[in-house]
Design a protein around this ligand. Structure first.
Ligand SMILES: [Fe+2]
Length: 296
């Protein structure tokens, strides 16, 4: 296979042609895709009518998968999919649309805030692969922002200021933004903050990027209000329209992105429409900061 790439945005995002994800890919084909994502950061594969098993098989070609365990607050009996899937749908275990006030639905609205998947884990995610099995007609787009181009746009003073900063990430911080506050003690225990550098260098492309997410609640060594104001300011800068691609979903699109150098967010849609999106997540290789007592 030699894949073709058609750019969908001036800065990043490539639509891939010549790939059939329903069959096993060779080592050479996987290497082509890894080279493409190192350049484009987001890859769009159209019309991939894959099963869950095929999605798992394709995803595992890039490394070991995170076992996300639903949205993080679902009980095992409430989970519709294999534990290596993040169920990004609005469906319950019986396939019914979740009620508007359903707790899992409200929790999952955190996906509408700009973020990078699993930045709240000590070893954050490498790639995410999101398959649109049933998409909505209106709304429900996913927006991506290129954190490499955004970093490049910073002036020298900003680059110097952020170079060595370390942030604290937790699901508690992003849910707090939404006013989702009724977390149990057990849930809070699973959301203990972890530390991540604010500037990352991509291991393949060598490009620097700014590593932001709505999961950030603190900058180490900074007063909290100053940190949150600064992070909000940076987030506004890096999500200006020039850095953003909006993906309008077609049925059976599979979108693969590199969480190390992009942010994304879901857009609003009619809560009564069926939306069945299934994500697999390739785990990262190592923490972004040295593991210490505060990052265990
Ligand atoms: Fe996400």
């Amino acid at each position: 296979m030699t894949i073709g790439i058609h750019p969908l945005h001036p800065l990043f995002v490539g639509e891939v042609s010549g790939a059939d994800l329903t069959r096993p890919l060779s080592v050479a084909e996987i290497a082509e895709i890894e080279a493409a994502i190192a350049t484009y950061a987001v890859l769009v594969f159209r019309d991939q009518r894959i099963t869950d098993e095929q999605q798992l098989g394709f995803s595992e070609c890039f490394g070991s998968l995170e076992h996300t365990g639903g949205t993080g607050i679902s009980k095992p009996s409430e989970q519709r999919l294999h534990p290596a899937f993040a169920d990004v749908s609005n469906l319950d275990v019986g396939g019914e649309v979740l009620a508007r006030d359903n707790r899992r639905r409200l929790y999952s609205l955190g996906n509408m805030l700009w973020h990078s998947d699993s930045s709240f884990k000590a070893v954050p995610a490498k790639y995410s692969l999101l398959s649109g099995r049933v998409v909505v007609d209106k709304g429900g787009e996913t927006e991506f922002a290129d954190m490499r181009a955004a970093y490049d746009s910073f002036d020298d003073a900003t680059k110097a200021e952020i170079e060595d900063l370390v942030c604290e990430h937790s699901l508690m911080y992003s849910r707090d933004v939404l006013g989702f506050e009724d977390l149990t003690e057990i849930e809070k225990a699973t959301m203990r903050p972890v530390r991540q550098v604010l500037v990352r260098t991509h291991p393949v492309s060598g490009r620097k990027s700014v590593y932001l997410a709505s999961h950030i609640g603190k900058i180490i060594g900074w007063p909290v209000p100053e940190a949150r104001a600064f992070i909000r300011d940076l987030t506004e800068q890096v999500t200006q329209p020039e850095f953003v691609y909006r993906h309008v979903w077609r049925p059976f699109d599979l979108v693969m992105w590199d969480n190390r150098c992009t942010m994304h967010r879901a857009r609003r849609y009619d809560a009564t429409s069926v939306r069945d999106m299934r994500r697999t997540t390739v785990a990262g290789d190592a923490p972004t900061v040295a593991m210490g007592p505060s990052n265990i």
